[in-house]
Design a binder for this molecule. Structure first.
Ligand code: ADP
Length: 480
């Protein structure tokens, strides 16, 4: 079976969050299931540098106001073919793939990702300039969600084409633009209606995909249910309920090679569930790296996250004084809302021996925090899947999570003595978070019980094998 996987980021080359991790690992896991997967990505500068010898293989025609481009073929060290969409006017920008240096969305994102989606759709038709014809086009998030609409309203009218799957990694990002973008995107006026690409007076890339993809998936069973409710559906719950029969929630896996405490290239010391005592050395190394006091009678807590309301990270500063008094130490790595960045930076200044705050994106430090801290915090208001709690579990770092989305599906509270792997709370309030941290500190002091929790988390299977099987089964269903 041939599958074109269209995404806007892919670890390790371009990553802003979970989507990058998924695009970096899932195609290989699908290949292990016998699927011939090829990945389509924009040719960003980081990819141009990584695959400098790649060559243009075909031309991609101009559409609407989107310029012509070309497709480069590259192969990763694992032998995975990548189609890199070259269009320097749109993709030759350094840094974050979506944001400018001012932290705002790039003004031409509609054309940038419109071009990516149109190229994906074109490659999925019989009129593709490539000789390799996918049977399934798998799109991810709003950046490629317009592809099924291009097939429905444009390309598919004159040509046979692949079946389509759209995976929602986060319903909060919808790709909303003005109606005036219809013509620049090469979309006909007759797609502007309730059952087309229109959404409350805007053109919505994500809605277009939810409406027109043959199958929909999201990244956990609980999130699949939540997004069908008015409270969590971000205005798209009605459409998602309408398409419920085509929507499947499948928990993400993790890249168990990149994220393995026994071999992780970013760690100064290695450990596994049989050599868990070596984790203490990782903790001390992290304290030294971050300038934290090397002695503390309480645990070291960690956060690696976008600093946003979604992640519930506004719940922590109000309880910081009480956390300092417990005492606990805290290692924070993240970036996002300016107000939250400032609040965390202030905590770091106030408690330099106890709280370390690093504003920025640092892959290596993210690994060392996962490995070095005793407990990992994810008090998310909503969380489609979440990957950090899975990394934490694998690194012997019981996570403290709010019961939402994928967090609810992957972490079992320690109150379940036979199955517990972490700590789960329900109310999105500073007090509930504090009470749960206190509860976790209590168990941390009882080291045999804490050990059991750590070991259980470390032994579980978080690999992509099962999720990839479930996704391959969806492809199969579409083809039969
Ligand atoms: P998101 O909603 O941001 O996609 P996920 O938990 O699904 O959340 O995935 C986030 C990914 O991004 C994880 O691999 C995490 O380690 C990484 N990450 C988030 N913030 C940072 C940061 N500041 N530095 C390094 N890695 C980060």
């Amino acid at each position: 079976m041939k599958v074109l996987f269209a995404a806007s980021e892919m670890a390790p080359w371009v990553k802003t969050g979970g989507l990058g991790d998924v695009a970096g690992a899932l195609p290989l896991a699908l290949r292990a299931q016998g699927v011939d997967v090829r990945v389509l990505l924009p040719l960003y500068p980081a990819l141009r540098a990584a695959f400098a010898s790649s060559e243009a293989v075909v031309r991609i025609p101009a559409v609407g106001h989107m310029p012509a481009g070309s497709l480069h073929l590259a192969t990763t060290a694992d032998g995975l073919p990548l189609y890199l969409l070259e269009c320097n006017a749109l993709f030759d920008r350094p840094g974050n793939p979506y944001l400018g240096p001012d932290g705002r969305d790039l003004p031409d994102n509609a054309l940038r990702f419109g071009m990516l989606a149109h190229a994906a759709a074109l490659l999925a038709t019989d009129a593709s300039p490539l000789s390799w014809h996918p049977e399934v086009l798998h799109c991810h998030d709003w950046q490629t969600a317009l592809a099924p609409a291009y097939l429905r309203y444009r390309l598919g009218l004159v040509s046979g084409h692949a079946r389509t799957v759209l995976t929602v990694h986060n319903l909060a990002f919808q790709g909303l633009f003005g109606r005036d973008m219809l013509e620049p995107l090469g979309l006909p006026a007759d797609c502007w209606h309730l059952h087309g690409v229109e959404y409350h007076g805007y053109l919505s890339f994500l809605k277009a995909g939810l409406q027109h993809a043959d199958a929909l998936t999201t990244v956990s069973p609980t999130y699949a249910r939540e997004i069908q409710t008015a409270a969590e559906g971000m205005g798209l719950d009605g459409l998602l309920r309408y398409r419920a029969a085509d929507l499947t929630g499948i928990i993400n896996g993790i890249d168990t090679v990149q994220w393995d405490p026994a071999t992780d290239v970013h760690l100064p010391v290695h450990f596994d569930h049989k050599r868990l005592k070596h984790k203490k050395a990782a903790t001390q190394a992290l304290r030294r790296e971050l300038g934290l006091a090397t002695e503390c009678s309480g645990p070291l807590l960690g956060v690696v996250s976008r600093l946003t309301q979604q992640k519930g990270l506004d719940l922590l500063p109000p309880i910081a004084d009480r956390l300092a008094a417990l005492p606990v130490q805290l290692a924070v790595l993240g970036s996002g809302d300016q107000a939250l960045e400032a609040a965390y930076a202030e905590l770091g200044r106030q408690y330099p021996a106890q709280f370390s705050v690093q504003i920025g994106f640092d892959e290596g430090l993210a690994h060392r925090i996962e490995a070095g801290v005793d407990l990992f915090l994810m008090p998310s208001r909503f969380e489609p899947c979440g990957l950090n709690q899975l990394y934490s579990l694998r690194y012997g770092t019981p996570p403290i999570v709010r019961a939402t989305g994928g967090l609810a599906d992957t972490v079992i509270d320690a109150a379940d003595a036979a199955r517990g792997t972490g700590f789960v709370f329900t109310n999105a309030s500073p007090e509930a978070l504090l009470a749960t941290i206190e509860r976790a500190c209590g168990l941390w002091r009882n080291s045999p019980q804490f050990h059991v929790l750590q070991q259980r988390g470390m032994r579980a299977d978080y690999s992509w094998r099962q999720p990839a099987q479930a996704i391959a089964a969806i492809y199969q269903r579409l083809l039969h």
